[in-house]
Design a protein around this ligand. Structure first.
Ligand code: TXA
Ligand code: MG
Length: 332
């Protein structure tokens, strides 16, 4: 199968509509990471997403809709706090989990009685969703467990020959996946941290809960128990306080003949001389936008990435740290 990369325009949207209508999948841009989308009403199409990605079949998908889509045809019992959050932050990188009406294919939620809904703000995503006017089930458009894609080129690298079309909407501005928020209880609970931070949610609805997955238990959000975001090269993570240790380790690896680079924030990178650096940037937003890009650059160019945790760890950095720790986890 030839995989085409096309900019979002009338012709590519029509091509995408035809592919979706016959049960195919399309790579689509969003403001967080690229998605791999299929018609959420079509069970065979949804199942093919799992096959293409090699995704475990108990990890449910997010349904994406355009901003004027009537989500009450998909989900029920939308609490007032969710309406307030939607008003404040949607379209945007916030996915909300509600009780499902069961109108989309059961394959989307892998047997759960809930459905995750996302209204992306990316202009190309909105145009695509409006053009097909269907709920589109879409996980990140990477091979399962690999680093998520933040450009059409990244999607191509993972899925070339497996999908027909990637809509190219440029580099993703956000760079890490949406915040996933459980909205089925009395208060919202963060299932996956992201660009809409706990502080931003609290500002609208008072505080919210945060779910912490413990190894072995039945996960509230099944995706949490899987290995994620991993580059193909070796990784080693150091805390920000262990800066000197990390640099010494990297230098030693290089003398042993290992192609090695340090991955760190802008401030730390300024203190490094004589060894390769993957600079994540200065601000939390920059670091989020660059994380997957730099992990992919690292796996392309080096045998090992020596990551140093950024000093900042609040706000958007909560989501970044969650991804960085998983990317560098020992168990692959
Ligand atoms: O930013 C994003 O959310 C990207 C773009 C493409 O929109 N999508 C994305 O999808 O990250 P994926 O499949 O890589 O991650 C979906 C996460 C998983 O952790 C999954 O377990 C959780 O959402 N999820 C989906 N449906 C759920 C549900 N009904 N209840 C709880 N968690 C759910
Ligand atoms: Mg993913």
């Amino acid at each position: 199968m030839i995989t085409q990369i096309l900019p979002v325009n009338e012709a590519s949207l029509e091509a995408a509509r035809v592919i979706i209508a016959r049960g195919g999948v399309v790579g689509m841009p969003t403001e967080t990471v690229y998605g791999l989308g299929a018609n959420a009403f079509d069970t065979v199409a949804v199942e093919s997403i799992f096959k293409i990605k090699g995704r475990p079949n108990d990890n449910p998908l997010i349904v994406h809709v355009h901003k004027d889509y009537d989500i009450t045809t998909l989900v029920k019992d939308i609490p007032d706090y969710a309406k307030a959050l939607a008003k404040a932050y949607l379209p945007g990188p916030l996915t909300m989990v509600y009780k499902s009406l069961g109108t989309v294919s059961k394959a989307v939620s892998c047997g759960l009685d809930t459905l995750a809904i996302r209204i992306p703000s990316h202009e190309g995503a909105q145009r695509f969703l409006k053009y097909v006017n269907l709920p589109i089930a879409a996980p990140s458009a990477n091979i399962s467990k690999h680093v998520s894609p933040t450009s059409a080129e990244h999607v191509y690298r993972d899925l070339n020959g497996k999908i027909e079309l990637i809509l190219d909407g440029g580099k993703c501005a956000g760079g890490i996946e949406s915040t996933v928020l459980d909205c089925t209880g009395h208060i919202p609970i963060i299932l996956r941290s992201g660009l809409i931070t706990r502080e931003m949610i609290a500002m609208v609805v008072g505080d919210c809960g945060e779910y912490v997955y413990k190894d072995g238990e039945k996960a509230l959000s099944p995706g949490l128990k899987y290995k994620h975001y991993s580059p193909t090269c070796k990784t080693k993570l150091f805390s920000s306080g262990d800066f000197n240790k990390a640099v010494a380790y990297c230098k030693n690896q290089i003398t042993l003949g290992v192609k090695c680079a340090v991955m760190c924030d802008g401030a730390a990178s300024e203190k490094i001389v004589g060894i390769p650096v993957l600079n994540l940037g200065a601000t939390a937003d920059e670091i989020a936008a660059n994380l997957y890009l730099k992990l992919r650059e690292g796996e392309d160019c080096y045998d090992e990435i020596v990551a140093i945790e950024p000093v900042m760890q609040d706000g958007v950095m909560v989501g970044v740290m969650n991804r960085l720790k998983k990317a560098c986890a020992e168990v692959k």
